[in-house]
Design a protein around this ligand. Structure first.
Ligand SMILES: Nc1ncnc2c1ncn2[C@@H]1O[C@H](COP(=O)(O)OP(=O)(O)OP(=O)(O)O)[C@@H](O)[C@H]1O
Ligand SMILES: [Mg+2]
Length: 304
């Protein structure tokens, strides 16, 4: 393992350990209480930001998809990222996690600048995003999907280079973690099934479980509840709040405003790539700019 990679792993382990000392259960109250003191204005500083974004821009041809002056994400909270279609939410997730590069801008995770780092390095520091099951992954078993997520994010290319006994130990550790997560997400029975045979709701659970393979400290979930029936939505919501209660910071994109109101501690509104509002859910819901930019659109969509 390269020295730089070993350093990243050690750094992450120390930080994860420090976070485990925070008592779970009180997490929801703690996050909301702390954020209640924060002014609801775009770009406002947070008491304990795990992520800080500064001057991040990304254009596609003539279109500016992301144009964020300043954004902080509070540690240990569930932050919802909302905004109309094309507002730049998914692009922002891609930039933050190294799947796309900004034209300019800086961002740091726990004080560590992430500019220039690759996806697997960012994942090792503890920042990941979820992905929907692709066609290729649908042809693998549920367990192999999980194992692959663990390897990908840990830097797949490193594995063959490791000494064989260590490689085996790592394989066993990855499989152990996969099974623990499958159990948590009630997917153990489908362990050996092809992922493509799962129901829509089970796929969503698998997407979330895969994102957790590397024990992230901040997980970005892009529409984790989209297209899922109401019964399963509740279970997914429960998993998201469970993550926060275990000390994981959650940033999630969601179009269903009821879901946003129910589980988020803080809401950030994007409009044409910019942060146009942020604040506690019920404050943001009353913001006239938000109603115009987002809720109006959402209402029209819901009608159709
Ligand atoms: N790879 C790309 N090439 C060209 N344009 C892109 C690319 N990715 C995103 N865009 C454009 O950037 C803008 C922001 O897209 P993005 O997918 O981030 O929006 P979003 O907020 O996630 O929308 P939705 O709610 O529909 O998922 C859109 O206008 C989109 O068409
Ligand atoms: Mg999107």
């Amino acid at each position: 393992m390269a020295d730089a990679d070993a350093d990243l792993v050690a750094e992450r382990a120390a930080l994860a350990e420090a976070e485990r000392t925070i008592a779970p259960g009180s997490a929801a109250r703690a996050a909301r209480d702390v954020l209640a003191e924060v002014e609801p204005e775009p770009g406002v500083a947070k008491p304990d930001p795990i992520l800080v974004v500064e001057g991040m821009r990304r254009s596609f041809g003539g279109l500016t998809a992301v144009d964020v002056d300043h954004l902080e994400v509070q540690r240990g909270a569930i932050t919802a990222l909302i905004g109309p279609n094309g507002a730049g939410k998914s692009t922002l997730f891609n930039l933050l996690t190294g799947f796309d590069r900004p034209d300019h801008g800086n961002w740091s995770f726990d004080g560590r600048p992430l500019v220039g780092l690759r996806t697997h390095q960012i994942a090792r520091l503890g920042l990941v995003r979820s992905f929907q099951l692709t066609k290729a992954l649908a042809r693998l078993t549920v367990l192999d999907n999980m194992k692959l997520a663990g390897q990908d994010q840990a830097g797949e290319r490193l594995l063959p280079a490791l000494a064989r006994p260590r490689w085996r130990a790592q394989e066993a550790a990855i499989e152990g973690r996969a099974d623990a997560l499958l159990e948590r997400f009630q997917l153990s029975a489908m362990r050996s099934q092809l992922a493509g045979t799962l129901s829509g709701g089970q796929r969503k659970l698998l997407d979330m479980a895969r994102a957790l393979m590397t024990e992230p400290r901040l997980v970005c979930l892009d529409e984790p509840m989209a297209g899922v029936n109401p019964a399963l939505t509740q279970s997914l919501l429960h998993h998201v709040t469970g993550l926060r209660d275990d000390g994981t910071t959650v940033l999630f994109v969601e179009h269903d405003i009821d879901v946003v109101m129910e589980i988020s501690d803080w809401v950030v509104v994007l409009g044409e790539g910019r942060v146009i509002a942020e604040g506690p859910p019920h404050t943001v819901a009353k913001d006239p700019q938000v109603i115009e930019a987002y809720l109006g659109v959402a209402d029209e969509e819901n009608v159709g």
